[in-house]
Design a protein around this ligand. Structure first.
Ligand code: GLY
Length: 308
């Protein structure tokens, strides 16, 4: 079958944390961007590109997903990830899974199952069925951070997701392929120091959502993202006729009014790339086909933006 090829588009994020270590964060994001954009140019589907991008970001210990995930209140790592493919409009994901290198792979496998979102015990069963090797995503930096906070009797409500130095955060990828299909993927180690059983937005349509019209991945404080139902809210606005940038502007204005701490990236079916944040920083980078850009040093006051 032949089809009119569309220019692929790509946007990725490494969270909504502090942008200290700007050059290193930019380097990590651009490396992933170039790898995944190359894949899209070679004809990969949006879903394949998103999974590849999430895997690479999960493997980068700088970001709070996969290797380098933050520890929960009991010192354990529990990760969550989801994937949504516009061709099937199917959402799949895992919640609070442990001892696996790439949670996004589980979300991908679940695309083909009738039960598409699994939590801890079920996700562990899936890991076993897939015969994935046992993997410890703990890094020394995350361990020291947790030990320090335990010594101080956990003074912080959460780990270095938003306002502290390390540059960690949820990761996400949104892609438009040359067939005009969209996909979105998001993966996280959670907030850090949360109580056992807390469920992240990253494996909910509030934090990750895609239809044939738009795809969105969110970052920031999960509870704030869930309260705004941010990813689905932006996509619904596009479905109802707003442009992607107008949908971001309206949704982020509401989120700011509600004093939320969050960010989001997205692409629509026309190829528009947009982003927004109420947090201080959004660590995102994009590829339009003609140019690469990022939001890393974007002003703390700006709410939304789009690739020109
Ligand atoms: N947005 C990641 C989390 O709060 O779990």
């Amino acid at each position: 079958m032949t089809f009119d090829k569309q220019q692929p588009k790509l946007i990725i994020h490494g969270g909504a944390s502090s942008a200290q270590g700007v050059d290193a964060v930019r380097q990590s994001l651009y490396k992933v961007l170039e790898d995944v954009y190359g894949l899209l140019l070679a004809g990969a589907t949006a879903c394949e590109a998103v999974v590849r991008g999430c895997r690479l970001l999960e493997d980068e210990p700088r970001f709070n997903a996969g290797t380098g995930s933050v520890l929960q209140s009991d010192g354990q790592i529990r990760m969550s990830a989801s994937l949504m493919d516009s061709t099937t409009q199917a959402f799949s994901g895992v919640i609070n899974v442990s001892r696996v290198q790439n949670p996004i792979e589980l979300a991908l496998a679940l695309q083909d199952y009738p039960d598409r979102v699994l939590s801890d015990y079920g996700a562990a069963e899936l890991v076993r069925e897939m015969a994935l090797p046992i993997y410890n995503p703990l890094t020394e930096e995350r361990l020291q951070e947790w030990l320090q906070d335990r010594q101080d009797n956990f003074p912080r409500k959460m780990a270095n997701l938003v306002s502290t130095p390390a540059g960690t955060g949820t990761i996400g990828v949104v892609a438009l392929d040359d067939r005009g299909c969209l996909a979105a993927g998001t993966s996280t180690g959670g907030k850090g120091f949360e109580r056992i059983g807390r469920v992240s937005d990253s494996a909910m349509p509030a934090g990750n959502y895609a239809t044939s019209l738009a795809g969105i991945s969110c970052t920031g404080i999960g509870e704030d993202i869930i309260d705004e139902c941010l990813a689905a809210r932006i996509v619904v606005r596009v479905t109802d006729g707003l442009s992607l940038s107008a949908a971001f502007e309206r949704s982020l204005t509401e989120a700011k009014r509600n004093q939320r701490d969050l960010g989001a990236i997205g692409i629509d079916a026309t190829g528009e790339i947009a982003w927004g944040k109420t947090s201080e920083v959004l660590l995102a980078a994009y590829h339009t086909g003609e140019k690469i850009g990022d939001t890393i040093e974007w002003s703390a006051e700006e709410l939304t933006g789009f690739a020109e």
